[in-house]
Ligand binder design. Structure first.
Ligand code: NDP
Length: 285
């Protein structure tokens, strides 16, 4: 009989610990008279974005962070969004600005993201912050990759000198997580849809991060024994949420695997609040 070798990582516990830590940091800022405040701009009509914003609202209220929302309708123009962002950039009481992506198709997404002050860019999507990441400088890190790094660190596995393989090269997950792993001295291979013989690379991975958006792309035979597997994928099949990894089978060879749901996804909002608090603490210094 083949039994599971690996452990499903308890990401909920990691998130709860982070929330406790953030709560105490928010309280100490409040004792100094500073109330962290975030502004959220929604310029789309997607149900998923509304759910995500609701989660952010709930976490802000749980942690004692002020939150203001701008829900814009389809008549909104790029100029109108830029005007709101300019006001928020100039407002010293607002420490973080977030534009929920994607925006309505007629809006200039790039121009909008670039107009956010890099100092208030809690999503880490501003080109200046991406540039700093590439240069290995301190910067605001995109939320999903930041959450992934916390999960990896929490396992106690050392990143330095390990072979890390990332499947996916998007600007919100694949590229930044590849760069963060490289900055942490892993040897990094980034795969994508044009990669030939994906298995050849995934099989080399001590740390395998999968962010392709393809249900159960990674099967047991593609994973090295003892690997750490981070499943970023969120896919819906017949109303059920599944990841990019065939979790139950992969657990038979991997040392650690993150669950879906209840894995990387639940670190994203807490990472956003971590970015906000880091920004506020740095203003204070
Ligand atoms: P994108 O669609 O932007 O990027 C997917 C990447 O995967 C692309 O680089 C693509 O290659 C690559 N890819 C697609 N198919 C294959 C394949 N068969 N083999 C190898 N590479 C492949 O997606 P995102 O990065 O935005 O998201 C990826 C997944 O993660 C999705 O399921 C998404 O829902 C989820 N996600 C989860 C988050 C969370 O908080 N947990 C946050 C963000 C995303 P190419 O560049 O050549 O097209």
């Amino acid at each position: 009989m083949v039994t599971n070798e690996g452990t499903l990582i308890d990401v909920k516990k990691i998130v709860e610990d982070k929330k406790l830590n953030l709560k105490s940091r928010v309280n100490s800022l409040k004792r100094k008279g500073i109330v962290p405040k975030i502004a959220v701009i929604l310029a789309n009509d997607l149900e998923a974005s509304r759910i995500y914003i609701k989660k952010k609202r709930q976490m802000c209220s749980e942690l004692g962070v002020e939150e203001v929302e701008y829900m814009l309708d389809e008549d909104t123009t790029t100029d109108k969004v830029l005007e709101i962002i300019q006001r928020l950039n100039d407002d010293n009481n607002v420490h973080g600005i977030l534009v929920q992506l994607p925006v309505f198709k007629h809006l200039d997404e790039r121009k909008i993201l670039e107009s956010i002050s890099p100092k208030k860019d809690i999503d880490g999507f501003h080109p200046l912050n991406i540039g700093k990441l590439v240069m290995g400088n301190n910067c605001v890190t995109a939320c999903t990759p930041k959450g992934i790094m916390s999960i990896i660190k929490n396992t106690g596995i050392k990143i330095e000198s390990k072979t890390a393989v990332v499947v996916g090269r998007s600007i919100i997950v694949g590229k930044p997580i590849s760069q963060l792993l490289l900055n942490a001295n892993a040897t990094v291979i980034t795969c994508h849809s044009k990669t030939k013989n994906l298995k050849k690379y995934t099989k080399m991975a001590d740390i395998l991060v999968v962010a392709a958006g393809v249900p159960h792309l990674i099967t047991k035979d593609m994973v090295k024994k003892g690997a750490l597997v981070i499943d970023v994928g969120i896919n819906r099949i017949d109303g059920k949420v599944v990841g990019d990894v065939d979790t139950n089978e992969v657990l038979k060879v991997a040392k650690f695997v993150t669950p879906v749901p209840g894995g990387v996804g639940i670190t994203t909002v807490v990472s956003l609040l971590e970015n906000l608090i880091e920004i506020v603490e740095n203003i204070d210094n």
